[in-house]
Design a protein around this ligand. Structure first.
Ligand SMILES: [Zn+2]
Length: 351
């Protein structure tokens, strides 16, 4: 009898859960526990697939967010998420990869910061784009001590030495030893001649071609280390095309370049340089025809502006005490902005 009452009680319950057929009382819980285990297992399996999230919170999430369309398809194989993580990281070990990539990007800057302090050579910003300036100091050969100070300035200035001047050889040698370029400062007849005398060795309009060439040869021999020539005065002679052609034929033969001081608006030097294919340049700014500090500073500013706009410029100055004082004071600032170069660097063939 006991079985019958118990059986009807069980029967109504049987149709509900299927597995209770085997289990009397506690097996029911066991079955629920089994279901719980299965569910947990399923959850764990699912979590296993998604398990990379917790391991690599920042990096993996961003990867997934970007690759969201892909994960659903490739969610089944665990290989799918790895390739997505591999690119950002370095594809190291399987389980550690996720954490590895995240710290590595974060650690990289730290390493950089650690590397920066010891090595202060991150100073490659100084670009080659600095405008180039050649500054020629004319009329060298008389005031020796002032010339020596100018040569000692910390910039490769160019020194134009007057022929037959008392200190020409010593100063040309000194300049050359210091790596400063030397020019023959060639005296030529000005319009105001003879009221204004260009001095010994001058090329004059009254000279025959032979006389002129002989004078030029003597001048060239008088200044050692000269790699080029610029004119001292010469407002009359540089406007004389025939005389300039004679002069430039000699420069060509000797492999010298020429810088036109531009003392005449009608200078024939450029066309002579083109004719004989002599490297040529011309003065842009006179710095000190008024040897006053304020004027010299303004002229320097004009030279700098021109160099900025054109990329290069040529200035001419003279051995005045005021010129030296201003150059010495301004040189550090000028060198930050400009690249001083020998005059020959700005001389080029004219086509
Ligand atoms: Zn001069």
């Amino acid at each position: 009898m006991a079985p019958t009452p118990s059986s009807p009680r069980r029967r109504p319950r049987r149709p509900g859960p299927r597995r209770r057929a085997k289990a009397p009382a506690w097996p029911r819980r066991l079955a629920w526990f089994g279901v719980f285990l299965l569910t947990t297992a399923a959850l764990l399996w699912g979590l296993h697939r998604l398990g990379y999230r917790p391991e690599a919170p920042p990096a993996a999430r961003t990867d997934r967010s970007t690759a969201k369309p892909a994960p659903p398809r490739a969610a089944a194989p665990p290989a799918a998420p790895r390739p997505a993580e591999a690119p950002p990281g370095r594809t190291p070990p399987p389980s550690a990869p996720a954490p590895a990539p995240a710290p590595s990007p974060g650690a990289a800057p730290a390493e950089l910061h650690a590397a920066l302090p010891p090595g202060p050579p991150p100073g490659p910003p100084v670009p080659r784009a600095r405008p180039r300036v050649a500054l020629i100091i004319d009329d060298i050969g008389y005031d020796r001590s002032l010339a020596e100070k100018l040569i000692a300035l910390d910039a490769p200035l160019t020194f134009a030495v007057l022929p037959h001047s008392p200190h020409r050889k010593a100063l040309a040698r000194l300049a050359d030893e210091r790596g400063r370029e030397v020019l023959l400062h060639l005296p030529m007849e000005p319009r105001e001649y003879p009221a204004v005398d260009p001095g010994p060795g001058a090329l004059l309009a009254a000279m025959t071609p032979d006389e002129l060439l002989q004078e030029l040869e003597r001048d060239l021999q008088a200044v050692p280390f000269a790699r080029g020539v610029n004119n001292h005065m010469g407002s009359r002679l540089t406007a004389d095309a025939d005389r300039m052609n004679q002069v430039f034929s000699v420069l060509k033969r000797r492999g010298l370049f020429f810088v036109d001081s531009r003392t005449s608006e009608e200078s024939a030097c450029r066309s002579a340089a083109r004719l004989f294919q002599v490297p040529f340049a011309q003065r842009d700014v006179f710095l000190d025809h008024r040897p006053e500090p304020e004027f010299i500073r303004r002229q320097l500013s004009a030279l700098v502006r021109l160099a900025r706009s054109r990329g290069e410029a040529i200035g001419i100055a003279h051995p005045h005490p005021a010129t030296y004082a201003v150059l010495r004071e301004e040189m550090p600032r000028l060198k930050e902005e400009l690249e001083f170069v020998p005059a020959s660097r700005l001389a080029r063939l004219i086509e």
